[in-house]
Ligand binder design. Structure first.
Ligand SMILES: [Zn+2]
Length: 449
């Protein structure tokens, strides 16, 4: 089946503005950027007055945190006390809570134009060992492309770590389950993978050094990528200096992680020399501006990292520190924060659009998504400018970021429409919301009782 997505207002290919006469989609692939009329097609999809972007790529999230949004006990805390106030609640996550939060977060992402998501799940307990399996079912049900990061915590409070001992696992448990997930789900195909697994020890202050090394070795043998939080706060710098007698990046390198198969969440507190090392290694940075501002963690030196050679992408981060999952809004936040830091003449709308698309694809090691070009996956986000906030806007692409686009009109993943007219296709959103609210209430009451 060939579909001509016809006559859009503008197309951002991931690298540049293009305005041909639309796109020809065949099955799950983009066949051509149409000039004039395609040689053959089966149906037309009218894209008049719509701006087309490559499907947006979210590179860091914690779905389960949608259950603890806007929580008063954590609302005004820095990262370490914020985590310590939330760990006891997250320790009570259940099968239903993971299912409900994953479905809700994915729905929210799809509606904002996101077609690929990476989630980092690191809270496991004796009662809940199959969270990644549940997330994969949710991603398949809603039709989003997913890179599920098998997170881990092995350094509990009693051994000098930050998390309570009740939510850490042994290295053996973690590595065995990581290998199970890689064998069962990790699709290494160069084209079109819908589910991939990455390995993701949580942070220097919640993971033992040997787990970092062993995880890197396991990922390499399975062709999987590595992900972790790094250089998020000055408290983390002090923890690493006190505990390992080195700064976070030196620690990362000492564990065999400083290379192009690693991407890091946040990457804020790097000095000039460290930025050059990251760039030379090709290690990616997932910039999470809203989370960094909510927690007051600092400002990622995004433009310098990119100039040094590090791929830069965007993440909404967990919904306890955002507190939403809207990737388009994140692109605007990235623009505003970088302008505050670097000035208005250095950070452009093009940077934000690139980080949403090609940058995100590079973080996830993908060459088949993030661009609108022949032979790429047909992942598309179409935005309407027919809204009060856009009225009078001179340039459609600039308008998306500067006027604050929020909701995609239509979203296609692998050639299939997943959002049409701002609604999820074949999905009962009211049921997802009801299940989620019930799970959130139940989670909080389990702590209070
Ligand atoms: Zn995070």
């Amino acid at each position: 089946m060939k579909t001509w997505v016809k006559n859009p207002l503008a197309i951002w290919t991931g690298n540049e503005l293009s305005a041909p006469d639309g796109l020809l989609i065949e099955d799950c692939l983009i066949k051509e950027l149409v000039v004039g009329t395609p040689s053959s097609y089966d149906q037309v999809f009218d894209a008049s007055n719509l701006v087309i972007l490559p499907g947006l790529i979210n590179c860091h999230h914690h779905f389960y945190q949608t259950l603890t949004r806007a929580l008063p006990i954590a609302a005004n805390l820095k990262l370490f006390p914020w985590l310590q106030s939330l760990y006891p609640i997250w320790a009570n996550l259940t099968h239903d809570a993971i299912k409900a939060s994953s479905e809700l977060a994915i729905a929210e992402l799809l509606l904002s134009g996101c077609t690929t998501v990476s989630d980092h799940h690191y809270v496991f307990s004796d009662q809940l060992t199959d969270s990644i399996d549940i997330q994969i079912q949710a991603a398949k049900k809603l039709g989003i492309r997913a890179v599920l990061c098998r997170g881990s915590m092995s350094l509990g409070e009693s051994s000098g770590g930050l998390p309570p001992d009740s939510i850490i696992q042994t290295e053996d448990q973690i590595l065995r389950d990581s290998e199970r997930l890689l064998n069962q789900y990790h699709d290494q195909a160069e084209q079109g993978a819908m589910v991939q697994i990455a390995l993701a020890p949580c942070s220097p202050f919640s993971v033992t050094p040997s787990l970092m090394s062993n995880t890197a070795e396991l990922a390499a043998t399975h062709g999987a990528r590595l992900h972790t939080h790094l250089a998020e706060t000055e408290d983390e710098n002090r923890f690493c200096e006190d505990t390992f007698n080195m700064r976070p990046l030196d620690y990362l390198e000492s564990r065999g992680w400083l290379h192009q198969n690693t991407w890091l969440a946040h990457g804020i507190h790097f000095n000039d020399q460290e930025i050059n090392r990251l760039g030379s290694a090709g290690t990616g940075i997932c910039h999470c501006p809203t989370s960094n501002m909510i927690l007051g963690s600092g400002t990622c030196r995004s433009l310098e990292l990119e100039a040094a050679g590090s791929p830069v992408g965007l993440g909404v981060d967990g919904s306890a520190s955002n507190d939403g999952s809207n990737l388009m809004q994140e692109a605007r936040q990235a623009l505003l924060l970088a302008r505050l830091y670097y000035g208005a003449d250095r950070m452009t709308v093009d940077h934000s659009l690139r980080w949403l698309s090609t940058g995100g694809a590079r973080l996830l090691g993908r060459t088949d998504i993030g661009q609108i070009a022949p032979a790429m996956q047909a992942d598309l986000a179409l935005f309407s400018l027919d809204d009060l906030r856009f009225s009078g806007a001179a340039d459609p692409l600039t308008a998306l970021i500067m006027c604050g686009a929020h909701t995609a009109e239509h979203v296609m993943v692998a050639g299939t429409w997943r959002v049409l007219n701002q609604q999820l296709v074949d999905t009962d959103l009211s049921q997802i919301k009801a299940n989620h609210q019930r799970a959130a209430t139940s989670l909080l009451s389990s702590v209070q009782s």
